[in-house]
Design a protein around this ligand. Structure first.
Ligand SMILES: Nc1ncnc2c1ncn2[C@@H]1O[C@H](COP(=O)(O)OP(=O)(O)OP(=O)(O)O)[C@@H](O)[C@H]1O
Length: 270
């Protein structure tokens, strides 16, 4: 059996559990089943990638995890508690830039802490720590319109991290960036999740991004959206991979990329 497609039981603490999750939408009077009995676990301190062709339901699953969309059936639990709506224990980062334009970088990063009255974190310098962490120290007093797209996504990352979420939910966070900025952001995220021991669920349709960042990949097929395959890429666990060059020269990279591209191709053909 190919080790890459074997479903590996989780041994680390579970952060999130998605059980028999389904979602249908009403579209022009018709009921459309977008997500069909999807189940998977996300281990604590790991990055889980939702990968698959356009329309397979990745964003819908993530939005249900965020509590922005209610499941038609099935359940999501976070640390054993059912998810019933949005909560600061789940930080969300989207593709579009979501900073407040009238606030500086520092004020944007501090926003959630202020709203939640988290004076301890504000006093302890959490805001400056995460601004530093994403490499924006020199821009702490700048406004979003003075920043590039990559820098604005750094602000979004710092703001989400400052709220100390149990899990970070990211929907194509680097999809709007040029290739070079995208690689820089992927490498930054890899470093941050390792050192801050974050639990992340990230939607992407970029295979290389999934392989660089993922401890686990949930590959979804479409119409209706189902889990087609659970993969466990070895690259991140290896610990020596922190750049895309290192990823691409890993002996198992080409084989695993081809396997996933093959699944993408099949999905596109029906
Ligand atoms: N609010 C909605 N109303 C009706 N149909 C919807 C709604 N949201 C999603 N869908 C449908 O559900 C299916 C899954 O959509 P979803 O956006 O989750 O897929 P995706 O895998 O994230 O796609 P992409 O990679 O293109 O963003 C699609 O067929 C989509 O048209």
């Amino acid at each position: 059996m190919n080790a890459a497609v074997e479903a590996v039981p989780l041994t680390v603490g579970q952060a999130l559990r998605v059980s028999e999750l389904s979602k249908s939408f009403r579209d022009r009077g018709r009921e459309v089943l977008a997500v069909d009995r999807v189940s998977f676990d996300v281990a604590a301190h790991q990055v889980c990638i939702l990968l698959g062709p356009s329309g397979c339901g990745k964003s819908t699953v993530l939005r249900m995890m965020a509590g922005l969309e209610r499941p038609s059936s099935g359940e999501i639990t976070l640390a054993g508690e059912p998810v019933r709506g949005p909560h600061r224990d789940r930080g969300m980062i989207f593709q579009g830039y979501t900073s407040f334009p009238w606030l500086t970088v520092r004020e944007n990063v501090a926003y959630g802490l202020k709203i939640n009255g988290d004076t301890l974190a504000l006093r302890e310098g959490t805001v400056d720590y995460f601004i530093d962490r994403v490499g924006l120290r020199r821009f702490a007093d700048a406004y979003p319109h003075e920043l590039s797209g990559g820098m604005r996504q750094r602000v979004a990352l710092a703001r989400a991290l400052a709220n100390a979420p149990k899990v970070l939910l990211m929907d194509e966070p680097f999809g709007a960036l040029d290739a070079e900025t995208r690689w820089q952001m992927q490498e930054l995220l890899l470093d941050v999740v390792r050192k801050e021991r974050m639990t992340v669920v990230m939607v992407t349709h970029d295979v290389e991004e999934g392989l660089l960042l993922g401890d686990r990949i949930v590959f979804m097929s479409r119409h209706p959206g189902r889990v087609r395959s659970l993969l466990q890429p070895p690259f991140k666990a290896d610990g020596s991979i922190s750049t895309r060059e290192a990823l691409r020269s890993h002996p198992q990279y080409a084989q695993m990329e081809q396997q996933i591209l093959g699944m993408m191709r099949d999905e596109g053909s029906h």
